[in-house]
Design a protein around this ligand. Structure first.
Ligand code: GLN
Length: 411
């Protein structure tokens, strides 16, 4: 297995893609890694990612560019881009990623693999380099739903090293999956699924909508009822996410001060040492976020930004949970476009943030979601390789088994 470099591996360098952790070798395994090893997994190596998991293309890694195996001119997505590319290229059977606002599901969509963001608390965060602690989730990327389910089962469960891990029994998520060829004609009869109406219109690339439409027709042909549900707060989740994620990041990243980890900038006095270390260790995207978060939390602005974002978070949560009271599962594209070209969005942070529209709300609400490959965009005029598209299936809290069962029909 490959392990995203935001997860600590005993004796193996762990950098989170950031210069600030260059040469850092953790003395312990992250809980999810330790559980995998206990289950017999072999760790082949660490996977590249955007520095501190901040980004959507893996171009914000301080180390190297990762290419999309379907088309090397394209990014693999991010921030778990190295994990998704390694799985898509067949370099490992599965990989671990981390997802704060979509970092497992969007690279899975860009690379045509399966990615699961579990319910918040399902998998211990102990040993995960923290980005936004109230949003961060550890989860699998794999080539099949069954493999992803096996890995999720192995890493799930309460952990006393993470006070937010849930005391929920961790079922065997792969146990109920029958071989697809043995499924009855209408395996989804009686299932009530709803597409999020706000993810259907403007802003979604035609290649993505087309593949998602075909996926919905497939679900219907297998007996599911596929309706539509409107979530009016869907669009306001994105700005709320960027306020909350950057606020939490600004606090979490205070620890990279040159005293505890990584390279130190030697200077005459303590302040100059801190400043020099952070100047050299944090890249431009990370600095932007630390500044945004510090600003949003500062006295005088806290009520206008952070508190307001938390209020929006509550509305998003309520609306999603109400929709899931009415429907078994919700559906959307996993991202509005297929994989970007290298260099296409990395100089335009706002355009890049916009690409997280489909995924961030589930982190705000703590709900589980899976990306399953559901086809390809239409053939392109320029003859370039067609890129994969992923369907996002959203479950109720701790309802991963249900969501995994429906995703399985795409295999
Ligand atoms: N692209 C989002 C961000 O940059 C999500 C990242 C993540 O899930 N780690 O914040």
């Amino acid at each position: 297995m490959g392990i995203k470099d935001t997860l600590c591996t005993a004796g193996l360098a762990t950098t989170a893609g950031a210069s600030a952790l260059r040469g850092y070798v953790p003395p312990y395994d992250a809980a999810a890694v330790a559980r995998l090893r206990r289950a017999g997994a072999l760790v082949l190596g660490k996977c590249n990612c955007d520095a501190f998991a901040m980004g959507s293309t893996t171009e914000a890694s301080d180390y190297q560019v990762t290419r999309n195996p379907w088309d090397p001119r394209c990014v693999p997505g991010g921030s778990s881009g190295g994990s998704a590319a390694a799985v898509a290229a067949g370099q490992c059977v599965a990989a671990l990623g981390s997802d704060t606002g979509g970092s497992i599901r969007q690279p899975a969509h860009f690379c045509g693999v399966v990615g699961i963001k579990p319910t918040y608390g399902r998998v211990s965060r102990a040993g995960l380099v923290a980005y936004g602690s109230s949003l961060d989730c550890v989860g699998p990327l794999a080539r099949s739903v069954e493999d992803a389910a096996l890995v999720l089962s192995a890493i799930s469960g309460a952990d006393e090293a993470d006070a937010t891990s849930a005391r929920q029994p961790a079922p065997d998520f792969a146990a109920g999956l029958q071989p697809v060829r043995e499924l009855s004609d209408r395996p989804l009869a009686g299932r009530r699924l709803a597409v999020v109406a706000e993810t259907r219109g403007a802003g979604v690339a035609p290649g993505v909508s087309g593949a998602v439409d075909r996926a919905l027709a497939h679900l219907e042909s297998l007996g599911a009822e596929v309706g539509e549900v409107s979530l009016p707060t869907f669009q306001v989740g994105l700005p709320a996410y960027y306020v909350i994620a950057t606020s939490e990041a600004s606090a979490n990243l205070a620890r990279f001060d040159g005293v505890r980890y990584g390279p130190r900038h030697e200077a005459g006095d303590l302040r100059a040492m801190y400043a020099g270390t952070r100047h050299a260790g944090l890249g431009p995207e990370v600095k932007r976020r630390v500044l945004m978060g510090t600003y949003a939390l500062s006295a005088g602005y806290y009520d206008a930004y952070y508190k307001r974002a938390q209020q929006v978070r509550t509305l998003v949560q309520r609306e999603l949970n109400a929709a899931l009271d009415e429907w078994d599962l919700l559906l959307s594209p996993a991202a509005p476009t297929t994989a970007y070209r290298i260099g296409q969005v990395c100089d335009d942070p706002l355009e890049m943030y916009q690409g997280d529209l489909m995924t961030v709300n589930l982190n705000l609400a703590g709900l589980p979601a899976i990306t399953v490959p559901c086809g390809f965009e239409e053939p392109r005029d320029d003859g370039a390789a067609r890129l994969p598209v992923g369907l996002q299936i959203i479950g109720r809290a701790f309802g991963e088994a249900d969501m995994i069962g429906v995703a399985h029909v795409f295999e």
